[in-house]
Design a protein around this ligand. Structure first.
Ligand code: NDP
Ligand code: A1CAB
Length: 272
């Protein structure tokens, strides 16, 4: 495949994260289109990133080999209805990053069988540190799969799943996951401030600690539980803090939160 032209439908947080990641990796801005409802977003993308923009989704789709559906799930149906009359979609690959929306929900807006990939990326794609789950329907060619994988590999790691439902789990783990870690960091900064540290020092220490812990966990051969135990001196301070987390069922709470996110993904595909 020649290097494909990409059209991002919806240029919000996630689309911008991927676009920034791609440009940093050397993807040509000429090969990227983005649409949005907000003129100021489009003006700023065109002037700051040099990509092509339009407020007309059909205009961007006309130029695209790959249409990346990056609008909120709640508006997806309207967006797809607006694209369904577009001629010559037979060569177009649709790639949706919307939480919950299934490939068959997308397909039902069109008269021809379309190759559709569902991806669940996350915002660290912005700095090349993304994690993306991918699922392809039966009409996607190996070449198209390889291409989409390369888009997300350019901004982080990828994994394919065979069962589309697994993407809802991935949504609840790595799609939403950055927000869980941010909440924990916010909580630790708040605690540090309540215990007398200045906001500046609290933030610096918490950021460096989070970064250090993530780096050790991803680079070490040891189990994460072992790394935790290495910090936890018997009879020491960490043991006291961890026992408060365990007594208050942190693990169970995280599992409950994951279930809630997954359920929401399913509801987004099937609004009552
Ligand atoms: N944020 C994240 O971390 C992740 C998000 N996702 C998925 O990515 C998708 C986008 O999420 P996110 O970027 O956070 O959302 P945003 O609201 O930031 O971005 C969506 C953009 O699409 C615009 N839009 C709305 N209607 C249309 C339309 N008809 N045509 C073109 N553009 C339109 C919105 O404009 P307006 O604001 O005016 O409505 C908005 O700028 C969602 O489906 C979400 O599930 C997936 C993984 C992670
Ligand atoms: O909150 C959401 O619905 C989207 C999907 C994963 C992250 N953000």
């Amino acid at each position: 495949m020649h290097k494909p032209t990409l059209a991002f439908i919806g240029a919000g947080n996630m689309a911008k994260s991927i676009i920034n990641g791609l440009l940093t990796q050397g993807y040509s801005p000429n090969l990227i289109w983005a649409t949005d409802t907000k003129v100021e977003t489009l003006t700023s993308l065109a002037s700051n990133l040099g990509i092509n923009t339009s407020s007309d989704n059909n205009e961007a789709v006309k130029h695209a080999d790959i249409v990346i559906l990056a609008v909120k799930p709640q508006v997806m149906s309207g967006v797809l209805n607006g694209l369904s009359d577009q001629p010559s979609l037979d060569k177009t690959l649709f790639l949706s990053i919307a939480a919950g929306i299934t490939t068959s929900s997308i397909q039902q807006h069109f008269n021809i069988e379309l190759p559709i990939i569902r991806a669940m990326p996350n915002t660290p794609a912005m700095i090349g540190c993304g994690a993306t789950g991918l699922y392809a329907n039966d009409y996607v060619s190996d070449e198209q799969k390889a291409y989409c994988e390369s888009i997300f590999n350019a901004v982080g790691i990828t994994c394919w799943v065979d069962d589309e439902n697994t993407l809802d789990t991935i949504t609840a783990i790595s799609g939403s996951g950055p927000a869980y870690f941010f909440l924990f960091m916010e909580s630790l900064i708040d605690a540090a401030i309540q215990h007398g540290l200045s906001p500046d020092i609290a933030k610096q220490l918490v950021m460096q600690t989070a970064k250090g812990a993530a780096l050790i966990a991803s680079e070490s051969d040891q189990e994460i539980a072992t790394l935790r135990q290495n910090v936890t001196s018997p009879g020491g301070t960490t043991a006291q803090a961890l026992s408060v987390f365990e007594q208050n069922n942190l693990r169970q709470l995280v599992n409950k939160a994951t279930t809630a996110a997954k359920q929401r993904a399913q509801e987004l595909n099937d609004p009552k």
